[in-house]
Design a protein around this ligand. Structure first.
Ligand SMILES: C[S@@+](CC[C@H](N)C(=O)[O-])C[C@H]1O[C@@H](n2cnc3c(N)ncnc32)[C@H](O)[C@@H]1O
Length: 463
């Protein structure tokens, strides 16, 4: 058995060599890895061990003795308390390089790809990597009789009030504050997680960056709404861009934000926004990318990798409200979109109509169930696009892709580890990964999005 060379609560002087996938510095003591938030590769410092596990330990940075040239002052005053961003202390240039390195590393280690044969491009960053999020989703609590809305203090259930988040659109911060203050003035009680009592659990705000339309969602424990008329009247009298006010009811003792029931309180069921020239209707529960500027860059790359000429049949798996589907439809013969959330498919159909797109067809269901059905019905895609959640593609879907043998697969991924795992399956089944483009959808956080082009080996030509 390997001896653990460090002890809890002891101090060590270490050199940081790398970053973990979630942005913590990695140092080693006698080859034993220690993960320390807020430390950067190339730095040295004194740490205190906070926890030991069988194969690794966690530490806290006490002082730096050598700083990286990429260290920068995190501009957010609550950066360390919040935990929503992990890389604000890292220069933006350094963040982009780290994300590319991380993608290369997992493709090689987990995907077993021959990295001499795959091009991983430099991460596509933002010119101004701040105020990019179009959605705020904040828990609500109580302090001295009034409401607070912000974030959970790291490793606690305490809600810290937040007036400004530097990665949010300013409009979102303003509306969250206003809604909180209006509710406070009407004596609205916040939900208390421990006691499972109270009413207002979360406030969500969605902002159409191009349309300027705003949706407000009240997530509440019960389906009543004290002072409903007064609260709504006050909101809409101050904010004419609010087009939709919705209540979602979540009666469960859970840390899942949304419940199953959603009711429109005022205005429309959805707001509109644009990505490029395409107009989208977005309802409260539908997935919609949070960084619209980078979404356009991501979708343009997906379209480039799909290499459409107008003659192709395309499948868009995990299509959400049909965002990528409608981009593809402009250049393909026909596109089939599939998505598990019924409301998102309703939005997708509405979005096709809204844009006069007639060559897109949508189905509700699990991609791993619906696409094998399509195969049985004789649908033969030339290109398959997948954009799964963090857990990646279901095995049954990958199996079906191998059987369907499209000329190209375009894989959009928000988790490089599951992307790498799935690419290995596709490579073993006769496909070859050609290019991977990391896109910085979430600056200052450790997340990275990638779009990859994978081709059928016969189509790729001899190696
Ligand atoms: C990362 S989002 C992508 C959405 C869309 N392509 C976009 O860019 O807006 C993943 C989507 O997959 C959906 N989803 C999750 N599991 C699924 C499954 N097994 N089959 C189909 N869709 C699923 C989610 O509801 C979500 O809309």
């Amino acid at each position: 058995m390997q001896m653990i060379p460090v002890q809890k609560n002891e101090y060590y002087h270490v050199a940081f060599e790398d970053l973990t996938h979630d942005g913590a510095g990695v140092a080693k003591v006698e080859g034993f890895p220690i993960f320390v938030p807020n430390a950067l590769p190339g730095e040295k410092g004194k740490i205190k061990i906070t926890k030991t596990k069988k194969g690794f330990a966690f530490g806290r940075l006490i002082e730096l003795t050598e700083e990286s040239e990429h260290r920068t002052n995190a501009p957010c005053p609550i950066y360390k308390q919040c935990g929503g961003c992990q890389l604000q202390h890292f220069s933006y240039e350094g963040q982009l390089a780290f994300k590319r390195k991380q993608v290369k590393e997992v493709l090689s280690r987990i995907g077993k790809l021959n990295m001499d044969e795959v091009t991983v491009h430099p991460t596509l960053g933002m010119k101004d990597p701040w105020n990019y999020r179009n959605k705020a989703q904040v828990p609500v609590g109580e302090r001295e009789g009034g409401l607070v809305a912000g974030f959970y203090q790291q490793r606690s259930h305490e809600i810290i009030d937040m007036e400004k988040c530097l990665i949010q659109q300013a409009a979102n911060d303003e509306i969250v504050q206003a809604v909180k203050n209006i509710c406070s003035s009407h004596g609205i009680r916040a939900y208390n997680e421990q006691k499972h009592k109270g009413w207002l659990r979360h406030i969500m705000v969605r902002y159409g960056v191009v349309s300027k339309e705003i949706m407000i969602v009240f997530v509440t424990k019960t389906n009543d709404f004290p002072h409903k008329k007064a609260i709504i009247d006050e909101i809409i009298s101050i904010y004419p861009n609010v087009k939709s006010i919705v209540q979602n009811i979540n009666p469960k003792r859970t840390n899942v934000i949304f419940g199953d029931e959603t009711n429109v309180l005022w205005g429309e069921e959805y707001i509109y926004d644009y990505i490029g020239d395409i107009k989208f209707a977005i309802s409260a529960r539908s997935f919609y990318q949070v960084n619209p500027e980078q979404t356009k860059a991501l979708y343009d790359k997906a379209l480039e990798y799909a290499q459409l000429t107008g003659k192709e049949n395309v499948i868009d798996a995990y299509c959400g409200i049909g965002t990528i589907t409608l981009f593809l439809a402009q250049k393909a013969k026909k596109v089939y979109g599939v998505e598990i959330v019924p409301e998102a498919i309703e939005d997708a159909k509405r979005n096709a109509l809204l844009n006069g797109i007639e060559n897109a067809e949508f189905a509700v269901g699990e991609a791993e169930v619906v696409i094998p059905e399509w195969r049985k019905q004789g649908i033969k895609p030339d290109v398959i696009v997948v954009d799964p959640p963090r857990k990646g593609c279901d095995e049954a879907l990958l199996e079906t892709i191998l059987e369907m043998k499209p000329q190209r697969v375009v894989y959009v991924s928000c988790n490089p580890a599951t992307l790498a795992r799935d690419l290995e399956v596709l490579e073993r089944g006769g496909f070859k990964t050609m290019e991977v483009q990391p896109v910085d959808m979430f600056p200052h956080t450790a997340h990275v999005e990638c779009v990859s082009q994978i081709v059928l080996k016969e189509a790729a030509g001899p190696k």
